[in-house]
Design a protein around this ligand. Structure first.
Ligand SMILES: [Zn+2]
Length: 688
């Protein structure tokens, strides 16, 4: 138990998170006190540090945290959490300051039922030392003056979720590739303004800057669903783009923006503007060039926000003229002229010259950096500042080379999925956030240390999972002792797991003592494997692996196929049976796992977007890495993978029993695949 003294009461939210996590992770109680003299942990503001910087000093018994501003304090307390061990706080004296000032993520407005869970996601952002949350609003927040926008948004999401192939299927049904719809935003619905305000204030409690994203021009489905007459293309049954010369569309957009500004009180608003593929079609617009249309529209929005003292940021691809590294052609703002499979021609006019006609205080979100080494130089040469948008730190090559340009002030990692713990974990986004945040913060980051960072990530992901779920989960297998363990008998040497390979914690440490030489893996095979339990249980931890790899499908590529190569049936003494689903990529992964990365050739040519047939000698220095294996980040987040034998990998799946007071009679482990080459191998089940 430690007492904690807080110099500045504005840091109470940070101290509360610290107390909650000390209890959750370390079973250590933190008591707030009024007097610095008697405190085990003292927390001070220190304006002499660099913005957001912190200093930590611990002598083993007491600890002091000095932070500049709310952010510095919460980062210092977060760091302190990771320096606690069985003997208390480690003996340290640390001074840390950020590498880059803009460290962000993009999230959708959360679903109604996920508001509390979203606060835990905000906790995680502060813990990862991220200081900016770009929150996509669209039709996902209540508009008091325009309820028809919210109704239109709900109708659109329902329709397109039911479209063959889901929203992704819908995108491929027109003469051009339509904008992605983001039907997972707001869970396909919207939040009351009061709730949004509460979430914005919660983020501000950690010093997080919240940037609402309210799109215009492209990604304007939320507007055209209610007002199809504002679309550039009237014959479209679900148009994605508004007309840049429609005055009524501006009037509506500004009224929506007034409500967003009232709720967020933002310093910056993102206006979107990625994927502009419909331009210059209507009777008015066809008289202007693409450059003129884009510049006119951006300037209208800029004037509106500037009068309110608000900066704008935007996706900048339509303002870029850099060459694609792989194809040598202009990407982004160049003219596109394509013909589809029915011979229909689709032209999007060039727009890149608009960069000369817009104010320099617009912050660019550059997401074409992965196809070009010098996209940041184009921003710099035109007098703009930029961040890397859709920043995937782990696959970004040449970090120091990139940061040589003074116009780069940071990055933001996007999620593009339902903003809840399950989906972010499943789509591998949490690992993406973690690695990217580290690169943006850490002045000592070294691109060559990928293996070392993977090890750190593997250790930290189960803790983040507990933080987001706000309850112990990983600690079942990592911290507790098992009441009983069921293992298979010797069957095949190939599937044996020597005790030395088990994690050195909790149940697994216990098993190491009990197992003489090896734990044998039992292929689930043709008939169900049955083991008796005959006791009341709180949790069951399964150790297993899967013989075959499966394709990774992101959550928005609906419909997601059921992907359970096995299922555990838990039979209770009262006759009830519950199923623990073993989902591939979440609960189990391929036996040949590899957390490494290689130099990537993805995006090689339009005909070969994944670079499978690329002559690799032609592109020896691509801007990206690629993961060696799919599902890496989702498995690291949810399955506690560990290696055994020769590069083989097993996974720990923890199942929480919703009926802990009823005795479990037995567990059936059931194969759910057609061939033995795909089956799951079960090593053991431990009962707590
Ligand atoms: Zn028009």
């Amino acid at each position: 138990m430690y007492s904690l003294y807080l110099e500045n009461q504005d840091d109470r939210q940070a101290a509360e998170m610290f107390g909650r996590l000390m209890m959750l992770w370390h079973h250590c109680e933190i008591t707030p006190i009024q007097d610095a003299g008697g405190a085990g942990i003292t927390v001070y503001r220190d304006p002499t540090l660099k913005a957001e910087g912190y200093r930590l000093t611990c002598d083993g018994k007491t600890a002091a945290v000095y932070g500049n501003g709310k952010a510095g304090v919460v980062y210092g307390l977060s760091a302190l959490l990771t320096h606690y061990g069985p003997n208390g706080f480690a003996d340290i004296d640390l001074l840390k300051e950020p590498r880059l000032p803009f460290r962000g993520v993009q999230l959708y407005m959360p679903p109604k039922e996920g508001v509390e869970g979203f606060k835990r996601i905000i906790d995680m952002l502060a813990f990862m030392k991220l200081n900016t949350l770009i929150l996509e609003v669209g039709g996902g927040m209540e508009y008091k003056k325009h309820p028809e926008i919210n109704e239109g948004w709900e109708r659109l999401c329902t329709s397109l979720t039911e479209f063959p192939g889901g929203p992704t299927g819908f995108q491929n049904t027109d003469v051009y590739h339509k904008d992605s719809v983001h039907t997972e935003l707001g869970g396909g619905s919207f939040l009351p303004q009061e709730t949004v305000r509460e979430l914005v204030d919660y983020a501000k409690g950690y010093g997080i800057n919240v940037v609402p994203e309210l799109q215009m021009l492209s990604h304007a489905y939320y507007i055209t669903a209610a007002y199809p007459q504002y679309a550039e293309r009237h014959e479209d049954y679900f148009p994605d783009t508004t007309c840049p010369h429609n005055e009524d569309a501006y009037t509506l957009y500004f009224e929506l923006a007034e409500e967003v500004i009232d709720v967020f009180r933002p310093r910056m608003v993102s206006i979107g503007h990625d994927e502009i593929r419909v331009l210059g079609l209507c009777d008015t617009c066809k008289n202007y060039s693409g450059h003129e249309l884009l510049a006119y529209e951006i300037n209208r929005l800029h004037t509106f926000y500037k009068e309110k003292g608000i900066r704008i940021s935007m996706w900048c691809e339509k303002l870029q003229s850099t060459k694609n590294y792989f194809t040598g052609e202009m990407s982004g703002g160049g003219l596109t002229d394509e013909t589809d499979g029915f011979g229909r021609r689709w032209i999007t006019p060039a727009t890149y010259e608009a960069i000369k006609e817009i104010p320099k205080d617009i912050l660019f979100l550059d997401w074409l950096y992965g196809w070009s080494w010098d996209s940041q130089e184009e921003s710099e040469n035109n007098g703009f500042r930029q961040i890397f948008g859709n920043f995937h730190g782990e696959i970004t090559r040449g970090w120091e080379r990139r940061l040589a340009s003074p116009c780069v002030i940071g990055g933001e990692t996007s999620s593009w999925c339902r903003a809840d713990e399950f989906t972010l974990g499943r789509d591998g986004i949490i690992g993406d956030f973690w690695y990217s945040a580290m690169m943006l913060w850490d002045t000592g980051f070294d691109e060559n240390n990928h293996n070392e960072y993977m090890e750190k990530m593997r250790n930290e992901m189960p803790l983040i999972r507990e933080m987001l779920r706000d309850k112990p989960s990983a600690s079942i297998s990592m911290k507790q002792k098992a009441n009983a363990v069921y293992t298979g008998g010797p069957s095949s040497d190939f599937y044996s797991l020597a005790p030395a390979e088990l994690p050195e914690r909790g149940i697994w440490k216990q098993l190491k003592k009990e197992l003489p030489t090896a734990m044998y893996g039992t292929p689930l095979g043709q008939s169900a494997l049955v083991f008796p339990v005959e006791r009341e249980v709180k949790h069951i931890a399964f150790v297993h692996t899967c013989m075959a790899q499966r394709e990774a499908i992101l959550s928005y590529r609906l419909p997601i196929k059921e992907s359970c190569p096995a299922v555990y049936a838990i039979r209770y003494v009262d006759g009830v049976t519950l199923f623990a689903h073993v989902c591939f990529g979440l609960d189990v992964g391929h036996i040949e796992m590899d957390f490494g990365r290689h130099i990537g050739y993805e995006g090689a040519t339009p005909e070969d977007p994944w670079g499978f047939d690329t002559d690799q000698d032609q592109c020896p220095d691509p801007p990206l890495y690629a993961f060696n294996k799919p599902w890496k980040n989702s498995l690291l987040y949810s399955a506690i993978p560990f290696f055994f034998g020769h590069n083989n990998c097993a996974y720990i799946m923890e199942w929480e029993n919703p009926r802990p007071d009823i005795k479990v009679e037995r567990v059936f482990a059931i194969n759910n695949v057609k061939t033995k080459e795909e089956q799951v191998i079960l090593f053991c089940a431990a009962v707590v």
